[in-house]
Ligand binder design. Structure first.
Ligand SMILES: CC(=O)N[C@H]1[C@@H](OP(=O)(O)OP(=O)(O)OC[C@H]2O[C@@H](n3ccc(=O)[nH]c3=O)[C@H](O)[C@@H]2O)O[C@H](CO)[C@@H](O)[C@@H]1O
Ligand SMILES: C=C(OP(=O)(O)O)C(=O)O
Length: 425
């Protein structure tokens, strides 16, 4: 099994470039299924989720190339092959194969998705949407079976403003007959990105990025070219790293508007954030102050940044509180941070973190993607060596992380860890 080894205490300085957004990429790639000819997407991050989706599209007959961040998908020979197991279990966003295949083939068999375990992650709102469009949906032995004679536009009110359900219903509805309205839709920037691709393919979508999305179905969608938006969660991770251990870091390829909640909270902690059109500059920081944070749907503070921010809180003066209203159990990293001498505890859906403390290097486990990012940051700050296990979680969402951090002066490398066995045989 591979591990990350970090020698902590090295200051970071220079420029780091943000990759394309994971949560856009994982929806844009399945969206290509709906076209009748090739779709090319630029800026796809080199993350395992993108490679897994490429493999899934190939399993159903897609011809896909992925080189230098450019993915070209020819969907013309795809068929409605069932995908009950295997790659679908490796990532959360395999659920987008449901909406896209239902939209194109009026049928799909897709295993329940994997991805980060953050507490229960139901997909009832996705299914409610598919059923409203006329699909019969059953769950058989851990796979979702979807079938429709035809899809007919409908009015769908989401009980929770779910990112996945909003995008999945858009995917299923763009080729349905008539009008679909999604009310209480999620407003994340990645939803606008997917709507932009679909619109360029010929779809008729209004209101993406607001809480009401209106779709007028079309008979067919054509191939197109698209460039993905920058990853606001990766950017936020780098902002936090720069605030914790930077000697002046430029974070390039960002949309500052997408980061407003993060920037505001960092400023409240005393961090100086200079905004330019497509980049941010964070000078060396002193005197970080404790803050209270609550995660919310966009444009609120993102849950995906909660775990990295909690590490910065260990360096701030006073007691900080961070409440996750989206995923109440997203705190597995706190136990790992405690191994590194953090003073933190969890009460319900809130972590209480006392700072400043001197973190100590240790062997820790990335229990999920952003827990992994948090531990990388903790390792960069800590005295001595930190060894992070289960890094496959981190590789689902951070492209070339080692290379990017080493270029800023970090001492981090990937190694194969030798499992010691009692070899008596
Ligand atoms: C691949 C991807 O884009 N992942 C992101 C997406 O996940 P994902 O799309 O899975 O998250 P959702 O926005 O759907 O979930 C938000 C909340 O709604 C609940 N819910 C969701 C769907 C449903 O049918 N029923 C239901 O109750 C969830 O349990 C959660 O409490 O948005 C999350 C919230 O910003 C992010 O943390 C993830 O990084
Ligand atoms: C939770 C995340 O990802 P996923 O939904 O793909 O598991 C994340 O990106 O932080």
């Amino acid at each position: 099994m591979d591990v990350f080894k970090i020698q902590g205490g090295r200051r970071l300085k220079g420029k780091i470039t943000v990759s394309g957004a994971k949560n856009s990429a994982v929806a844009l790639i399945p969206a290509s299924i709906l076209a009748d000819s090739s779709v090319t997407i630029g800026g796809i991050p080199e993350i395992s989720d993108a490679w897994t989706l490429k493999a899934l599209l190939e399993e159903i007959g897609g011809e896909v190339t992925f080189e230098d961040g450019k993915m070209t998908i020819d969907p013309s020979k795809m068929v409605a092959m069932p995908l009950p197991n295997g790659n679908v279990k490796k990532l959360r966003a395999s659920y987008y194969m449901m909406g896209a295949m239902l939209g194109r083939f009026k049928q799909a068999v897709i295993g329940l998705p994997g991805g980060c375990f953050l507490g229960p992650r139901p997909i009832d709102q996705h299914i409610k949407g598919f059923e409203a469009l006329g699909a019969k949906v059953t769950n058989e032995h851990g796979a979702i079976y979807l079938r429709a004679d035809e899809l007919i536009g409908a009015k769908i009110y989401l009980d929770v403003a779910s990112v996945g359900a909003t995008i999945n219903i858009m995917l299923a509805a763009v080729r349905a007959k008539g009008k679909t309205t999604i009310e209480n839709a999620a407003k994340e920037p990645e939803i606008i990105d997917v709507a932009t691709l679909l619109t360029n393919m010929g779809a008729n979508i209004k209101g993406a990025g607001t809480s009401v999305i209106r779709i007028e179905g079309v008979d067919e969608l054509k191939g197109t070219k698209h460039t993905i938006i920058p990853d606001r969660i990766e950017a936020a991770t780098f902002m936090i790293m720069a605030a914790a251990i930077g000697d002046g870091v430029v974070i390039d390829n960002v949309i500052p508007l997408h980061l407003e909640a993060v920037t505001a909270k960092l400023r409240e902690m005393g961090v100086i954030v200079e905004e330019n059109e497509e980049s941010l500059y964070i000078p060396k920081q002193t005197n970080l102050q404790a803050v209270d944070v609550k995660t919310l749907v966009y444009p609120g503070f993102p849950t995906d940044v909660q775990q990295p921010l909690s590490v910065l809180m260990t360096q701030a003066e006073g007691a900080s509180m961070i409440t996750d209203t989206i995923y109440s159990a997203r705190f597995k990293h706190i136990d790992e941070l405690s191994r590194m001498s953090a003073k933190a505890r969890v009460e319900g859906n809130t972590a209480i973190i006392q700072g400043p403390v001197s973190l100590e290097g240790s062997a820790v486990t990335a229990t999920d993607l952003r827990a992994g990012a948090a531990l990388v940051l903790a390792g960069l700050i800590a005295k001595g060596e930190t060894e992070i296990h289960e890094i496959h979680h981190i590789e689902r969402g951070y492209s070339s992380l080692i290379e990017k951090l080493c270029a800023l002066g970090a001492n981090i490398r990937k190694e194969s860890s030798v499992i010691k066995t009692n070899n008596k045989a």
